[in-house]
Ligand binder design. Structure first.
Ligand SMILES: *Cc1c(COP(=O)(O)O)cnc(C)c1O
Length: 387
């Protein structure tokens, strides 16, 4: 059976051109980039070339990029790093109620250590109102962190507007851009951010590598206390193949991003139009236009998201549900609750995310089979009987 992958927001395959660019750095160019000899220097060249590409991609300067192990580390380092560095100035952080765990968990950790966090609410589309951010600011606020686009419902946030407010109030501004880099234009000056997180495995690069953009002059505690790598911000021998791979992945995105976004938007809009025509009682989550080109998220009433996933998987289709429903917890997605869905409806969500290798036929296949799956599940559902 041919398998169809519609879960690109969770991770993407590593483009074969990326793994090819990484290959020499495992055996031939294996040197420690901190070494003086030629083995070290050729590895260092790979890293510095990737730094040029990464900074250029974001409209930043090479010295403003720190390589990390991915989005989670970049977010942790930005949030805890600013909190520890500016502790004497203030102890208040403003963020949104729909952030990724890699932002909310460090924020909650800081709450246990004397910091105060305001989780600003969003509207029914998942949009943050910049005026609500402004109102949340106090004279103790040291950091604002709002994601560029949401990983579950795809909503793109008004980052430039929030950036202007942050600038006006002279407060550091971080954005988690893990879902946008490589998919839509991201420019640190247009967005007005001081800190920006990205992760290679979300844009056809390898897993376990990412970066944090740090605007020149931003005060930040070290990520890892150790050697002098990354201007002493992050001790630890560089992941040379990973960093080189991330650079190559960004080069490929630069070439093809516009075209890919256009194609994915067309397929996305087909799903947004055709699924509700074929399936009654389903509703789009997130904003109809201000959303990622590759994301749709639907609430499908009267059934559980997990049952849909299992049935799709049997047909070879990989998708995701907004609810983080594991064997231990039956908690629905915090994001879906934050946009105002009831617990019951938040359990029945389906996220389909498209990418570089998604074909029109994949969408045809899904549109052909999903209605019957929903109909069969509803026929067995006690929730549906009560309707
Ligand atoms: C995937 C993701 C992360 C985590 O990135 P990792 O590289 O997997 O640690 C953080 N934020 C968002 C929005 C994501 O989608």
């Amino acid at each position: 059976m041919e398998r169809i992958y519609l879960d690109y927001a969770a991770t993407t395959p590593c483009d074969p051109r990326v793994s090819e660019a990484m290959q020499p750095y495992f055996f031939e160019k294996f040197g420690n980039p901190s070494s003086i000899h030629s083995f070290g220097q050729e590895a260092k060249k790979g890293i510095e070339d990737a730094r040029e590409i990464t900074s250029g991609f974001l409209g930043a300067k090479p010295e403003e990029i720190v390589f990390t192990s991915g989005g989670t580390e970049s977010n942790n380092s930005a949030i805890k790093g600013v909190a520890y560095a500016l502790n004497s100035k203030g102890n208040h952080i403003v963020t949104s109620s729909i952030e990724h765990h890699a932002v909310t968990e460090p924020a909650k950790f800081l709450e246990k250590h004397g910091f105060k966090v305001t989780f600003v609410k969003v509207d029914k589309y998942g949009l943050v109102d910049p005026q609500d951010i402004k109102k949340a600011i106090t004279d103790k606020t040291i950091l604002i962190s709002v994601m560029h686009a949401n990983n579950e419902i795809g909503t793109i946030e008004p980052i430039s507007e929030i950036g202007r407010i942050a600038r006006e109030k002279d407060i550091y501004f971080h954005t988690d851009a893990v879902q946008t880099v490589g998919h839509i234009p991201v420019d640190v000056n247009e967005l007005g951010v001081d800190l920006l997180s990205l992760s290679a495995h979300k844009f056809y690069g390898p897993k376990g590598v990412g970066a944090l953009y740090i605007r020149k002059g931003t005060r930040l505690e070290r990520f890892l206390h150790g050697g002098g790598q990354e201007r002493s911000r992050r001790g630890s021998t560089h992941n040379t193949p990973g960093i080189v791979g991330m650079g190559r992945a960004l080069e490929l995105c630069k070439e093809k991003m516009r075209e890919e976004a256009q194609f994915q938007t067309r397929l996305r809009d087909r799903l947004i139009k055709e699924l509700p025509e074929k399936i009654p009682d389903i509703y789009l989550n997130g904003h109809p236009q201000k959303r990622l080109p590759n994301n749709v998220n639907f609430s499908i009433k009267y059934i559980e998201g997990e049952s849909i996933l299992l049935n799709l998987d049997m047909l070879g289709i990989a998708a995701s549900t907004g609810s983080a429903c594991t064997s231990e917890s039956l908690e629905p997605s915090q994001v879906l609750l934050a946009i105002g869905l009831s617990h019951e409806i938040a359990h029945g969500s389906l996220r389909l995310t498209l990418g570089r290798w998604t074909k029109e036929e994949d969408i045809d296949y899904l549109l052909e089979h999903l209605p019957a799956i929903v109909q069969n599940l509803r026929a067995m559902s006690p929730l549906y009987e009560k309707k």
